[in-house]
Design a protein around this ligand. Sequence first.
Ligand SMILES: Nc1nc2c(ncn2[C@@H]2O[C@H](COP(=O)(O)OP(=O)(O)OP(=O)(O)O)[C@@H](O)[C@H]2O)c(=O)[nH]1
Ligand SMILES: [Zn+2]
Length: 391
Amino acid sequence: MPAAGRRRVTRRLRAVCPRSHMEDEDCPELVPIDLGVVHDSEPGSGRKIPVTIITGYLGAGKTTLLNYILTEQHSKRIAVILNEFGEGSALEKSLAISQGGELYEEWLELRNGCLCCSVKDNGVKAIENLMQKRGKFDYILLETTGLADPGAVASVFWVDSELGSDIYLDGIVSVVDAKHGLQHLTEEKPEGLVNEASRQVALADLIIINKTDLVSGEELNKVRTSVRSINGLVKILETQRSRVDLSNVLDLHAFDSLSGISLQKKIENMKTTHAHLDKGIMTVTFEVLGNIKEENLNLFIQNLLWEKNVKDKTGRTMDVIRLKGLVSIQGKSHQVIVQGVHELYDVEETAVTWKEDEKRTNRLVLIGRNLDKEIIKEVFIETVTEKHENS
Ligand SMILES: Nc1nc2c(ncn2[C@@H]2O[C@H](COP(=O)(O)OP(=O)(O)OP(=O)(O)O)[C@@H](O)[C@H]2O)c(=O)[nH]1
Ligand SMILES: [Zn+2]
């Protein structure tokens, strides 16, 4: 039984991948090839290690950002995981650990290769095992390949807190190339697939538009507008050589209840969505007053993310990539935050209480395709006001 007021729902059979080794319970082991000095592993410290995913299209400036963080941040022992973590085939992973401005690289062997899908929790386990051998890191930075879907990688790390993992997902940072970003974002994929660049922007908690030295103010404006039209919630920074104030990148707590306060501000400041010309990804937000039941909220989210039976006017399935919300659950004095990535979602109480004179309300933000705000809002109202019997 999940602890009261805290619930992570994962539907593993659906949420993972079509491969056949789902039954395989073997844990891949990250093996440090050079077993050098073993550091204190601070037993029993109970401290959880944040993981920041750094994504962005080919050549956007991800590695430049990583290197910048490693040179700027001396006080933390940062582990950097490079290359195709989370993708199927590679047997070796390079893992670089930085300490005191020096970088140690290690090659890691994955015994049974696949870190994605079935082994998703084991991927985290592998890092935990390594920390046991090598001492704890303070922070983990993970660079995905330019064509990766960060949602899949995020799912690996957004693990059930009840599993007692040492690691938590802190945030997703996407680097966008100021010069070529627009071209990547508008690229048409066959069969109406979402292009990778848009997906990376949709999932991001922070966007860094990099290489601003290569574009005019007007071009930069276009990229910014395009990014904003996809993700109405994300913070956008503009950089050269990915030089960014690190407090904007690290410790975002974008996936836990601590983000409740900043989420509220962001939702309040969000401009109402403007009409969209393209059929790409966009952000919609709506608000419904009153208290709702948690079971009805679950039903709403599951219809959207799992059953995918919410359609737009023309019968197309609404495809939600990212979901965030602050809701008011009946009988709970605290605001509740809802988070979703692909088919995983989480409902968690925040530290913020509803004030006595405050109107109880539910605000949701959805990022995805074929989203029709009016229809979603209607479906939400229907679902939360309907009487669902307890069996
Ligand atoms: N002009 C300019 N070049 C930059 C800037 N930032 C990075 N670069 C260059 O762009 C190239 C790609 O940068 P990387 O950091 O390797 O990009 P990446 O996203 O890690 O690339 P992949 O891992 O290959 O997808 C390098 O040659 C960088 O030196 C910038 O702000 N301006
Ligand atoms: Zn790179």
